[in-house]
Ligand binder design. Structure first.
Ligand code: DGY
Length: 328
């Protein structure tokens, strides 16, 4: 007898990743990766996806029918190193019987932590204060200078009361808000009860909240739900914080709301587009804190996200159930 050595399935990785994740892939796959700085150029992805069995991608890679056509029938699995999947054309992928995986849960704590940091940076004007201190604006201790609203006794509104929204609420609770309210498609009765949060309508949340933290996913229903009409319903003193996706906000309306002081301030970890162009009006506003989409950027978290993505690919290629399959 002679043994038939099966060729290892080919996997394309769209960015340089950690050794631990790469080692997992290398054990059972032939791996090629984009090694340039920044996201893989579209043309490069189109060229490299041909005949691959697996794709390890990021939220900066748009995976649509053009990519899928180029990949051809060998493509069995697409795993994204993110919990959000609005960059994947899930219907097209599903239609072709290609499996999908994502990285829920493991980034929940890191993202909730960042949301709280961003909320406080915005309400307590940390970046603006730092700028003043460094550039001579700090003349003397002044009673009403660089003040911002406090969380104690406030109403906190969470939009999107999934895993991340709930963890944000839990982390904000020790600051002593009077009330935590949430708006979510479905009622999360038990979780809300444990946290002490109440479900309200979107309109109620807008009108009552002193702090609004957004953690819903981007879907056709949530697209630009924060528009002129929504900002007008908010309190003039409201702090708006978005750590979900830029697409849930009508950004031009947000600029106007901040310029006209329709709302007090915004803290954004996500924008449209990303990166936000340097000449964008949001960068000119003192009442807007902008972070470069770092919600899950804890060292341990990002390592785990890559490892989970690699494991999902290996499992799928071995016809084993994936750890975190994305089922839509
Ligand atoms: C995600 O995973 O979708 C976040 O936006 C980045 O970690």
């Amino acid at each position: 007898f002679f043994s038939l050595k099966m060729a290892k399935p080919a996997v394309y990785v769209t960015r340089e990743i950690n050794k631990e994740a790469l080692d997992i892939l290398n054990q059972s796959c032939t791996v090629s990766s984009w090694a340039g700085s920044g996201p893989v150029p579209r043309a490069e992805l189109l060229k490299n996806i041909e005949n691959k069995s697996g794709l390890f991608c990021l939220l900066s890679d748009k995976i649509d029918s053009e990519i899928l056509n180029k990949a051809g029938p060998n493509l069995k699995v697409i795993a994204t190193m993110s919990v959000g999947y609005d960059h994947l054309d899930v219907q097209e992928i599903k239609k072709r019987g290609i499996k999908m995986a994502y990285t829920p849960d493991i980034l929940t704590d890191a993202t909730a932590e960042l949301a709280v940091a961003l909320l406080l940076a915005t309400s307590r004007r940390l970046l603006e204060s730092n700028e003043e201190a460094r550039t001579g604006g700090w003349q003397a201790w002044s009673p009403f200078w660089m003040c911002g609203p406090g969380l104690k006794g406030s109403t906190v509104g969470i939009v999107g009361f999934g895993r991340i929204g709930q963890e944000i609420a839990k982390r904000l609770k020790p600051f002593g808000p009077k009330k935590i309210i949430y708006y979510n498609r479905s009622e999360k009765r038990q979780e809300a009860q444990e946290i002490g949060a109440t479900k309200v309508s979107f309109e109620e949340l807008l009108a009552e909240s002193d702090f609004i933290s957004v953690s819903c996913s981007l879907t056709p229903e949530t697209k630009e739900m924060f528009n002129e009409a929504a900002f007008k319903k908010m309190k003039k003193t409201a702090i708006f914080v978005n750590t979900s996706r830029g697409g849930v906000v009508d950004q031009d309306d947000l600029v106007r709301a901040l310029e006209s002081k329709t709302i007090w301030a915004a803290g954004l970890d996500v924008m449209t587009p990303e990166p936000l162009p340097l000449d964008h009006p949001l960068f000119k506003l003192k009442n807007c804190v902008i972070l470069p989409h770092i919600g899950s950027a804890c060292i341990e978290t990002r390592n785990e996200m890559a490892v989970l993505t690699a494991k999902n690919i290996v499992q799928a290629l071995e016809d084993e159930p994936m750890i975190t399959e994305l089922v839509v």
